[in-house]
Design a binder for this molecule. Structure first.
Ligand SMILES: C[S@@+](CC[C@H](N)C(=O)[O-])C[C@H]1O[C@@H](n2cnc3c(N)ncnc32)[C@H](O)[C@@H]1O
Length: 223
């Protein structure tokens, strides 16, 4: 079945149709995550800023940053109830403009299924989160039509309408999310293994060269 192309460039329409649902699910997520206070949060695909606002209300964060590639969503988030307390900026989850380990928690609310390069986005979330921090995400289960538009879509199908699929429907299943996460974990551990193998090799073979390279250079007595 064809996928319904969805753009998030109309923030007023998003507010009207989706905000109440985003608003209803965000506190449930926070309750489940039970985040520590004073955390540095990154809200990935923040849209109009619902999760960022919920974190400010319920999560006692140190800082909250929200990113989204859609200029209209960021503009709306910047005028919304989190304005002045959270920082919003245009950015893509697959190329996060932050240094490694900049955050304690990186969360993506109702976003991952809309990102084609999902593994890359998760790797980026992992990179910008400190060791021991949390990388977390939730999506509607579109595969089971467990989303706000699910009842309408099911009813339309009963009337014979060929309803296009939401992007990333198959990937919205819990099993697909789990396998994406475990692929991520195993590539992390492969990276860690090759890093430590490299460290062992270099310390065995090039200790002398490294000592030479790091020895303080003698100042010349000449001007
Ligand atoms: C369904 S909305 C969810 C918005 C918000 N997180 C919420 O809970 O209401 C999906 C959001 O993901 C954003 N998005 C799509 N592709 C993205 C990407 N590559 N990186 C970051 N955000 C993306 C969209 O612009 C949109 O604002």
């Amino acid at each position: 079945m064809a996928e319904l192309p969805i753009k998030f460039d109309d923030s007023a329409a998003y507010e009207r149709a989706m905000r109440r649902w985003s608003r209803a699910v965000a506190p449930i997520f926070l309750q489940w995550l039970a985040p520590p206070a004073s955390a540095r949060w990154l809200d990935v695909g923040c849209g109009v800023g619902v999760l960022a606002h919920t974190v400010l209300e319920l999560g006692s964060p140190a800082t909250v940053v929200g990113i989204d590639p859609e200029v209209a969503q960021i503009a709306q988030a910047s005028r919304g109830p989190a304005a002045g307390r959270a920082a919003f900026q245009v950015a893509d989850a697959c190329r996060l403009p932050f240094a490694d380990a900049s955050f304690d928690i990186a969360a993506a609310a109702l976003v991952l299924n809309f990102i084609a390069e999902r593994s890359q986005a998760m790797a980026e979330m992992r990179r910008v989160t400190r060791g021991g921090g949390s990388v977390a995400a939730y999506v509607w289960d579109f595969a089971e039509e467990l989303s706000p538009s699910g009842p309408l879509r099911r009813a339309m199908r009963r009337f014979g309408v060929d309803v296009p699929a939401i992007p990333g429907t198959a990937e919205s299943r819990i099993e697909a999310l789990r396998s994406c996460l475990s692929r991520q974990r195993s590539s992390e551990s492969r990276r860690e293994l090759s890093r430590s193998a490299w460290r062992t090799r270099t310390s065995k073979t090039s200790g002398k060269r490294r000592r030479q390279a790091t020895a303080p250079r003698r100042r010349s007595s000449r001007p």
